[in-house]
Design a protein around this ligand. Structure first.
Ligand code: SAM
Length: 313
């Protein structure tokens, strides 16, 4: 039997997918980070007792123990269906589960994901920042020294950076981020996602700090901080980001695979005309040259003709 890795809601109980519920019902054993949490989760579906009876604790310590004495592997091999869940969200994302999954692979057991919510993807999807790449940095470290090291490490990242943070430390983290990355960095702080008191704070780091002070008398709850990457910073090697020079050139190669390098086509001229409606001749010509990989001089000469004929008409 395969090992099912099942995501559960991060707040709103209705985010449990029908397939996740069915998998929990069908499993004979549930490896749960906390067996009480899974009972609460399925109480709403009238399955609490049924699920509780078959769940076994699998927090970080229990996970190590299970991996040392892996009875569950024998059970899987003798056709017992097992589901792995964490307290909330996706197992093994800042939660126990990775060693269980790794052991299953080593033992030749099939692993089947039953995907669903995760705080990292939920926050990222509503950040409005670049959608091409992101870095998930997990929890901010506890000590200021370690936090500052991490903050420095990601300072010039081009991608969005996602951190999990606690209400107790968010104030210090925002302060340190502001000191080390400057007050202009845009961010989204997502608190209590999908829960009753869900609140989103978006803006520069000082603005978020201010919104937090104004919004809640006492900062509580679970939170995710998404920071926008640095525009124009060096991207990660080998990955094309939309808007980067290499992406523009590869777009050009796709649109103009057999372009004649020595002269402008009607499409080139039309594109340049559109660019010149918003840009000065030099910039428009430079962008068009990048897109088509043709000489900038050709476009610049054409740009002069276009502006000339505009003046005359
Ligand atoms: N496995 C989970 C996942 O897939 O997101 C993460 C578990 S980790 C132990 C818990 C952390 O995730 C919290 O401290 C918080 O940073 C973040 N988190 C989880 N649920 C959240 C929610 N509803 N709103 C905001 N952040 C949440």
């Amino acid at each position: 039997m395969p090992l099912y890795v099942v995501a559960t809601p991060i707040g709103n109980i209705e985010d449990l997918s029908p397939r996740a519920l069915q998998t929990l019902k069908d499993s004979q054993l549930i490896l749960a980070e906390d067996t009480r949490k899974i009972r609460d989760l399925v109480a709403v579906y009238g399955l609490a007792n049924q699920i509780e009876r078959k769940s076994q604790r699998c927090d970080s310590r229990a996970e190590q123990q299970l991996c040392k004495d892996p009875k569950f592997i024998e059970q899987l091999k003798s056709n017992i269906q097992i589901a792995l869940v964490s307290d909330a969200g996706s197992p093994a994302i800042s939660d126990p589960g990775a060693s269980i999954v790794a052991l299953a692979y080593r033992e030749g057991v099939q692993v089947i994901p039953v995907p669903g919510p995760s705080a990292v993807t939920t926050a990222l999807s509503i950040s409005g920042f670049s959608d091409t790449q992101f870095i998930f940095a997990g929890y901010f470290p506890r000590t200021s020294n370690e936090r500052c090291k991490i903050i420095q490490q990601y300072k010039t990242a081009k991608s969005s950076i996602v951190f999990y943070e606690t209400a107790q430390r968010i104030d210090d983290s925002l302060k340190e981020l502001c000191e080390l990355w400057g007050a202009e960095r845009q961010a989204l702080l997502a608190r209590e996602l999908t829960k009753q008191y869900e609140s989103l704070y978006r803006g520069t780091l000082p603005e978020i700090k201010q919104q937090l002070v104004e919004g809640v008398s006492e900062c509580k709850g679970e939170m995710v901080l998404v920071l926008e990457g640095v525009k124009g910073a060096k991207g990660v090697k080998g990955v094309k980001e939309w808007g980067s020079e290499s992406a523009i050139q590869s777009l050009g190669a796709t649109l103009y695979p057999d372009a004649n390098q020595e002269q402008l086509s009607e499409e080139d001229k039309f594109m340049l005309k559109l660019l010149l409606e918003h840009l000065p001749s030099k910039t428009g010509a430079a962008i068009a040259a990048k897109i088509t990989s043709k000489k900038r001089k050709l476009f610049y000469e054409q740009a002069i003709k276009i502006t000339q004929s505009k003046k005359e008409s």
